[in-house]
Design a protein around this ligand. Structure first.
Ligand code: DX5
Ligand code: ZN
Length: 221
């Protein structure tokens, strides 16, 4: 099956005291999934939230597809709690992990899909040995840790390399992506688009989501 264009807003820069309402609004405005940024203050110099909050959100939003972007030092530690919280896609960074294959298996055995993420400084070829077991690959287009940073277009060769080599892989980009930067992401071959500030802060979220999905569509074969 050919890959599909999907827009997954990041709620990192939304009003987190109002998370359920903010999330529901994004879904009502056409979001295909929600991208939930989990940070542990160690792998990245910032702290967000963990599985209790994801579980509370799941209690209010029953059916949406949840991705947790695990910017954590020990992704293996949170697999079971996140599965229990109703997460659909568990995306973790390969950088701090010794046995990536084992963690992938554990994620899949817990009933979730698995995503593999790389920071800007990590070579994309690092992922080569894991792509066959991953459901999604995430190429970071900012240093992970904070929303609202500038898009790094020099990450696009990584996306292009993945698309050239894996035509049916779900390739996600995250960081500084919005209407101004979506074209080069789509042209390089990304089909899962995380967008935080550009969507959450938009006066017309539905328009921004649709615009980005349409651009990705035009590049999909
Ligand atoms: C950065 C996070 C991103 C970020 C996206 O560490 O992983 O998901 O919040 O937000 P924007 O689109 O504002 O860069
Ligand atoms: Zn993210």
């Amino acid at each position: 099956m050919p890959v599909q264009a999907k827009i997954g807003p990041s709620i990192l820069n939304a009003d987190l005291s109002n998370l359920a309402a903010e999330s529901q609004k994004l879904l009502d405005n056409g979001a295909d999934y929600l991208h939930l940024d989990v940070m542990d203050g160690t792998f990245v110099p910032n702290l967000t939230f963990g599985h209790p909050m994801v579980k509370s959100l799941r209690n209010k939003i029953k059916t949406a597809f949840f991705e947790t972007h695990m910017m954590v030092q020990k992704p293996e530690q949170w697999i079971e709690p996140m599965a229990d919280a109703g997460v659909n896609l568990y995306t973790f960074h390969v950088e701090p992990v010794q046995d990536v294959v084992r963690v992938c298996r554990q994620v899949q055995e817990s009933g979730m899909k698995v995503g593999l993420a790389i920071k800007p400084g990590t070579e994309v070829q690092e992922l080569e040995k894991y792509v066959s077991i991953a459901d999604v690959v995430l190429v970071m287009t900012v240093e992970p840790g904070f929303g609202g940073q500038s898009f790094m277009d020099d990450m696009m060769p990584k996306v292009k390399w993945l698309r050239d080599n894996y035509p049916s892989l779900d390739i996600e980009v995250d960081g500084g992506v919005g209407p101004k930067t979506i074209h080069c992401c789509a042209e390089a071959g990304a089909n899962m688009i995380v967008s935080g500030t550009a969507v959450v802060g938009a006066s017309d979220q539905a328009q921004v989501i649709k615009e980005m999905r349409d651009v990705v569509h035009t590049y999909l074969k």
